[in-house]
Design a protein around this ligand. Structure first.
Ligand SMILES: [Zn+2]
Length: 100
């Protein structure tokens, strides 16, 4: 066998990274869901997703994610609608909510 020519190829590998984080939720009645569901505070969510709270709140408001304001002015985000919205917007079909 005689090698005639050489070529250089670029091969791309896509690696899937699984990140599992624990977060405390608050059971609050969601007016939009019509039942008691898990809510996460904006502060906890921004830490969980390593995103600035202002950007996260902007995402929540633009995408009509359910949220409630606590007595102290703290924002709580409905996890069900938030994750559904994230899946839709980011095409991250692998995001799932796991129980303990
Ligand atoms: Zn809701």
């Amino acid at each position: 066998m005689k090698i005639q020519k050489q070529r250089e190829l670029i091969i791309e590998f896509e690696r899937v990274q699984l990140v599992r984080k624990k977060a405390k939720t608050h059971l609050i009645f969601c007016r939009d869901c019509g039942r008691e569901v898990d809510f996460i505070s904006l502060r906890e969510a921004s830490s969980l997703f390593t995103t600035q709270a202002e950007k996260l709140l902007q995402f929540v408001k633009i995408n009509h994610t359910h949220f409630e304001s606590g007595a102290g002015g703290e924002i709580f985000i409905c996890l069900i609608s938030f994750l559904a919205c994230m899946k839709q917007k980011t095409n991250l079909s692998r995001i799932k909510l796991l129980k303990d």
